[in-house]
Design a binder for this molecule. Structure first.
Ligand code: ATP
Length: 524
């Protein structure tokens, strides 16, 4: 310290001061010169000033830290909270709800909504009339109009509901595995009861219901590698609900089916089944030729009763028998499980052929049907009939679900698959009857409720045209899908449909007879 010109004193505080000056100098070269200059200019020891400032800053930082700890611990003590991770059904709903509230609208940090169904953006576009229908459609241009949906970024948000303050914290969590949850949210409020948060959650659920009232949510099995962390099912679509009246069926058949499902779904039915020891499950088989409305009716029924649809393909190589059991056990209490084209799912029983015979895990179904032993594993699709029956009947399988199987070939199904108790009601779909064709014709051209249509037809005129149209086609000849396809082609003019129906009919029949199923060109 020889180079220093500060007045020397023998007391300890001065030597400490010089020590401090030396330390500061080693971090900030030139500090000594500045300190000397300041001391000489202003006539006081600048080192004392710096040292005091350093003490004050340290003290304030310590106090700040203590305050934040006390506040967190103290607030945690007087607050109740409910925690959600990504697997919880409410996780996305809460974020979506919040994004719509003032807190979401005024937030300065947002992120694109990861779980928002793409469908929503597309629907918002559908109302867009900024497109000229006479121009060629261009998907790229159309998609530039899509409005991305956002949700709150990680952080802490406060919002009021009535007189109560709520806090939402969106937190990133440490990754415990490749596909593990990476975030969670915590809803907090002041007080030692979680009731106000539960009330809020009920209101959020109601909001969600109102948002999706006219939607049917479709789920499919989660892919294998993420199933363990993100649950068995994944929401794949949210489709506009199909009005049950748009599926043209025999009126009595439709009414009977609706009454049957309604009776089953009523909460009191659960008690009735339980008190008699009958498993609370119901199964339907929709059978008939392709394009007769089996899938359409399944979705329309889901919409009518507000049920989600869970679709499983038994041919999915990712689904093993144990996966199937897990899928059935993690269904919600009320839903429709749709298994389409069950005849092609390769569910076979082992008849003792050397090809299929396996030693282990046999199950005897003699009690239910003829004396036949089924192995636990068959070849096709990895799911055997016994594995499938175990999954749908097993103790872990969710009660309250409705199983709908569809097939074009009911006669090919194993009796064990469709025995009462598994399939309680069978609905036969047929090729188009006269009444069905008439109803379809009227539905296509009667646009009373469609404000986008420019031409409206008088209902009496339409009824006359419908009669002419139906008069030209023999019933049980074409599927409703074929009729619909023709009417869509002629959707601009019902007169044209009546005029062209003979030519169309001949062409389709000719194609069917030749087995080609190919009809020439599209003529409007
Ligand atoms: N009964 C019907 N009422 C109204 N539309 C129908 C009817 N049947 C078929 N369609 C129309 O035909 C198309 C195909 O129908 P859908 O997929 O429901 O038939 P499907 O019987 O399930 O056929 P597949 O056996 O090939 O799966 C849909 O667009 C649907 O609107």
């Amino acid at each position: 310290m020889d180079g220093l010109c500060f007045p020397r004193s023998s007391n300890n505080s001065t030597s400490l001061m010089h020590l401090a000056t030396g330390i500061i100098e080693s971090f900030i070269p030139g500090y000594e010169d500045v300190a000397r200059y300041m001391t000489e200019t202003f006539g006081f020891d600048f080192n004392i000033f710096v040292s005091a400032a350093a003490h004050i800053v340290t003290l304030l930082a310590a106090l700040g830290f203590l305050w934040s700890r006390c506040r967190t611990v103290g607030l945690d003590y007087v607050m109740s909270s409910i925690h959600f991770d990504e697997r919880d059904e409410m996780f996305t709903t809460i974020l979506n709800w919040l994004a719509e509230q003032n807190v979401g609208k005024s937030a300065t940090k947002l992120k694109p909504a990861s779980n928002q169904p793409r469908q929503k953006q597309i629907e918002e576009l559908e109302d867009d009339d900024g497109f000229d229908a006479s121009e060629l459609f261009h998907a790229g241009r159309w998609s530039t109009k899509s409005i991305p949906l956002y949700e709150l970024f990680f952080g802490r948000y406060r919002f009021w509901r009535g007189c109560r303050l709520f806090i939402l914290e969106r937190q990133r969590r440490e990754k415990v595995a490749r596909y593990a949850d990476e975030e969670n949210i915590v809803l907090k409020t002041l007080g030692w009861s979680t009731e106000p948060i539960k009330e809020l959650l009920k209101a959020i659920k109601t909001w969600e219901f109102e948002q999706e009232e006219s939607k049917t949510i479709v789920w499919s099995p989660q892919s294998k590698d993420v199933r363990r962390y993100q649950g068995a099912w994944r929401r794949v679509a949210s489709r506009p609900t199909r009005n049950i009246n748009t599926v043209v069926l025999d009126a009595q058949q439709r009414a009977g089916l609706i009454a049957d499902m309604n009776e089953y779904l009523q909460p009191r039915s659960y008690r009735w089944y339980a008190s008699r020891g009958i498993p609370y499950r119901r199964g339907y088989l929709f059978h008939g030729p392709p394009g007769t409305g089996k899938s359409s009716l399944s979705f329309a029924l889901a919409g009518l009763f507000g049920l989600d649809v869970y679709i499983i393909s038994l041919l999915d190589p990712q689904i093993t028998e144990s996966d199937l059991s897990a899928l059935f056990s993690s269904l919600p209490q009320r839903c429709i499980v749709l298994l389409e084209d069950i005849d092609s799912a390769g569910l076979e029983r082992d008849q003792g052929s050397s090809k299929n015979k396996k030693d282990g895990g046999k199950r005897d179904y003699s009690e239910h049907t003829e004396s036949i032993t089924l192995p636990d594993e068959e070849l096709t699709g990895g799911i055997s009939l016994s594995g499938f029956l175990n999954a749908i009947d097993g103790v872990a399988s969710q009660e309250g679900r409705i199983l709908v199987m569809t097939t074009n070939f009911p006669e090919q199904l194993d009796p064990a698959l469709i025995r009462p108790g598994r399939i309680d009601n069978q609905i036969a779909f047929t090729l188009a009857k006269k009444d069905q064709m008439r109803e379809m014709f009227l539905q296509i051209y009667w646009n009373e409720t469609d404000p986008l249509e420019t031409i409206t037809y008088d209902i009496n005129e339409l009824e006359k045209l419908a009669d002419q149209f139906v008069g030209a086609i023999k019933e049980d000849t074409f599927s409703p899908a074929e009729i619909q396809n023709f009417l869509i082609l002629k959707r601009k003019d019902p007169h044209q449909a009546v005029q062209d129906v003979d030519a169309w009919k001949c062409e389709v029949l000719k194609a069917k007879e030749s087995g080609s199923n190919v009809v020439t060109g599209i003529e409007r």
